[in-house]
Design a protein around this ligand. Structure first.
Ligand code: FE2
Ligand code: FE2
Length: 260
């Protein structure tokens, strides 16, 4: 008996034996049953895999765009890390703990990368102006919130149920809203502002304070924290402000290691 015959039981014409045919049929039907039982999970897994790949591509592109702008370099990494830390501290808040689970924090880290995506629709003469903006220019600049949200919304029907994209739309639109309703574009008040956008807002302002701008020098960590605390209850939600203060040393560290 040759080696192949040890593993395959064949008849004299070289055909699979009835026993082998039964084994094959059983194995195929087991496989079919596995597909049947887990079809939905398998599709869901595949969709998530594709979504992850897409988000990987999107964030690489956004990071790449950032490297073209020296002043903004490192901003997105710092923002994403700071948002994760602040959101993690907020999970201990009695008011927001229900909303803030692992999924929310994961989505926030990704979605915040697109907060200023609408700036691609603002003229460079305004974006790169080396001085204070006029009232008209500032009004034009404000439109980056609605342009960003609208652009992302157009992609939404193709990615139904994509939590990151849904959150990115909220953040793009509402990251310049203020707790006291004096923000833009909708003048939302308090918790009408999506929590994701509230967290991005405070981290984004801290980062802007620490960075050099054409109209101001870079503030130290202490100066920036003073400014953040001054705006607590007016610009920022007091609970989000407390969470931010609670992890200020980590935030300082994130800024320092990502701004070299
Ligand atoms: Fe913005
Ligand atoms: Fe920003």
């Amino acid at each position: 008996m040759d080696h192949a015959s040890l593993y395959r039981v064949v008849d004299s014409a070289g055909q699979p034996s009835p026993w082998e045919q039964t084994v094959m049929i059983e194995s195929v039907s087991r496989e079919l049953q596995r597909y049947k039982d887990h079809f939905e999970e398998m599709v869901q897994e595949r969709v998530l895999e594709i979504a992850d790949t897409l988000w990987g591509t999107v964030s690489s592109l956004v990071h790449l765009a950032e490297t073209q702008d020296e002043a903004a370099r490192g901003h997105l990494r710092r923002l994403s890390d700071s948002c994760r830390v602040v959101a993690s501290v907020l999970t201990f808040s009695s008011v927001y703990s229900e909303q803030l689970n692992y999924e929310f924090i994961y989505q926030l880290q990704q979605a915040c990368l697109l907060h200023d995506i609408g700036k691609v629709g603002i003229p460079d003469t305004i974006l790169l102006k080396p001085g204070k903006l006029t009232r008209e220019e500032f009004d034009e600049m404000k439109k980056h919130t609605t342009i960003g949200a609208e652009t992302l919304r157009q992609a939404y029907p193709r990615f139904q149920n994509n939590g990151i994209l849904k959150m990115a739309i909220d953040i793009a639109r509402s990251h310049h809203e203020r707790w006291d309703a004096k923000g833009y574009p909708d003048g939302l008040k308090g918790d009408d502002i999506p929590l994701s956008a509230q967290i991005v807002a405070i981290c984004d302002v801290y980062d802007a304070l620490r960075s050099v701008r054409p109209y101001k020098p870079a503030f130290t960590h202490l100066e920036s924290m003073l400014e953040i605390r001054r705006e607590c209850g007016t610009h920022f939600n007091p609970a989000v402000c407390d969470a931010f203060s609670h992890c200020e040393e980590e935030i300082r560290h994130i800024y320092d290691i990502n701004s070299k």
